[in-house]
Design a protein around this ligand. Structure first.
Ligand SMILES: Cc1cc2nc3c(=O)[nH]c(=O)nc-3n(C[C@H](O)[C@H](O)[C@H](O)COP(=O)(O)OP(=O)(O)OC[C@H]3O[C@@H](n4cnc5c(N)ncnc54)[C@H](O)[C@@H]3O)c2cc1C
Length: 371
């Protein structure tokens, strides 16, 4: 029944910070804990699609995106040698939402940290959690205790709270490993630009202040050993366009973030008064660039739903039922993109030359609608 709730958010990534800010905007009290001992944003950059920027704008971050990021006016798809297959205007694709932006992870995290109403308690995790009566009792790793109306699991793809909510849900390896790094723009990258090889992809887009984010992936039957993963990346991209070689020749290309590409598709996002948001609930392949958008939308919808009068566990279930179809749609589109990617290059290039716009339009249309 109450709309003033005491909420604990576990995890200060994009989903957790956005959830804390959205709940605070609706008058709720929030505590937020984060396992790492200091603010950090692992990874490199983020391509923010129109729906992601729309949600960030609603939190008052539009100016920050303009100052710290870079507009991304189009998406260019090319063969590995740089032959253009399609140019897609992001203004057309995301019409009615907002412009697309590239930004560093560090800049987006800093902006979200600035609008979170309470200090993040760094270096703290949950030790125990027990639901009783109308609340959840928790013990923290620093010896403190607390009682909350709701606990939000925003603890990422390897979520501990997901094990509590849906023990059967597991991460699934999607058959690719990836690298990403930030570097000075050594190749004149003024848009989202991808080069497609045989089972290999190299992507670059501007993230502001003269920097570009590079992302590379290769198909691999099983995840490579991380030591192998940090070895010289350029060996997978010999024969690619000179601009790829120029980016790979920059010093930053020797200090990459490496990880397997995985997804999470659990059937349940809530258990009593515990609820999941962001990657903890629905991590997906980055090929749709919807991680931030889905996390931001989760935060908005969860806060809107909890602001309604009602029995809190029922409201949490309503939130999940509203969000699951949209996040599953995104995951299905990522699978479709993987199928296109794994076609023989001549067939794939033909498909993209003739149908890329239609395929992108179809994958994007529902996401232009408000969540
Ligand atoms: C290679 C790659 C490229 C991507 N590119 C894009 C892109 O261009 N655009 C886009 O929109 N999305 C992209 N994504 C997806 C996007 O990064 C994620 O969807 C988004 O960061 C999810 O945020 P999150 O807050 O849910 O999880 P996370 O960012 O993982 O945050 C979880 C937080 O919880 C903390 N935590 C974990 N366990 C505990 C605990 N027990 N107690 C306390 N804290 C805990 C962690 O330390 C972490 O800070 C990409 C993903 C990958 C892998």
């Amino acid at each position: 029944m109450p709309t003033h709730l005491e909420v604990l958010v576990v995890g200060a990534g994009i989903a957790g910070l956005a959830t804390a800010a959205e709940l605070h905007h609706r008058g709720m009290s929030v505590d937020i804990i984060e396992r790492s001992s200091h603010p950090r944003a692992t990874g490199a950059g983020l391509f923010l699609t129109g729906n992601s920027v729309r949600a960030l704008t609603a939190l008052g971050l539009r100016d920050h995106l303009t100052t710290s990021g870079a507009p991304v006016p189009s998406q260019r798809l090319q063969s590995h040698r740089g032959r253009v297959l399609a140019d897609i205007s992001t203004a057309d694709l995301w019409r009615g939402t907002d412009e697309c932006v590239g930004i560093t992870r560090a800049a987006l995290h800093a902006a979200l940290h600035d609008i979170v109403p309470v200090p993040v308690r760094h270096g703290v995790t949950l030790q125990t959690l027990k639901e009783s009566g109308d609340g959840v009792d928790v013990e923290f790793s620093d010896g403190e205790t607390g009682r909350y109306d709701v606990v939000v699991g925003a603890d990422g793809i390897r979520s501990g709270l997901r094990e509590y909510v849906d023990p059967a849900a597991a991460t699934r390896y999607l058959g690719q490993v990836c690298w990403r790094f930030l570097t000075d723009d050594a190749a004149g990258i003024d848009r989202w630009t991808v080069w497609l090889g045989r089972g290999t992809t190299f992507l670059a887009y501007p993230v502001g202040r003269g920097q570009v984010c590079c992302y590379a992936d290769i198909s691999a039957a099983s995840p490579l050993d991380p030591t192998d993963g940090t070895a010289d990346l350029s060996r997978f991209f010999s024969g690619f366009d000179q601009r790829v070689q120029d980016l790979l020749a920059t010093p930053a290309a020797r200090a990459t973030h490496f990880s397997p590409v995985e997804e999470v598709s659990g059937g349940t996002w809530t258990s009593g008064r515990v609820v999941l948001v962001g990657d903890a609930a629905h991590a997906s392949s980055p090929n749709m660039a919807q991680g931030v958008g889905m996390a931001m939308e989760d935060a908005q919808v969860l806060a809107d739903t909890l602001a309604i009068e009602g029995h809190t566990p029922d409201l949490l279930e309503q939130y999940a039922q509203r969000r699951i179809p949209r996040t599953r749609w995104v995951q299905r589109q990522t699978h479709q993109r993987d199928r296109t990617r794994s076609m023989p290059p001549a067939v794939r290039d033909f498909v993209l030359r003739h149908f890329a716009l239609r395929l992108y339009e179809r994958a994007t249309a529902p996401l232009r609608e408000l969540p």
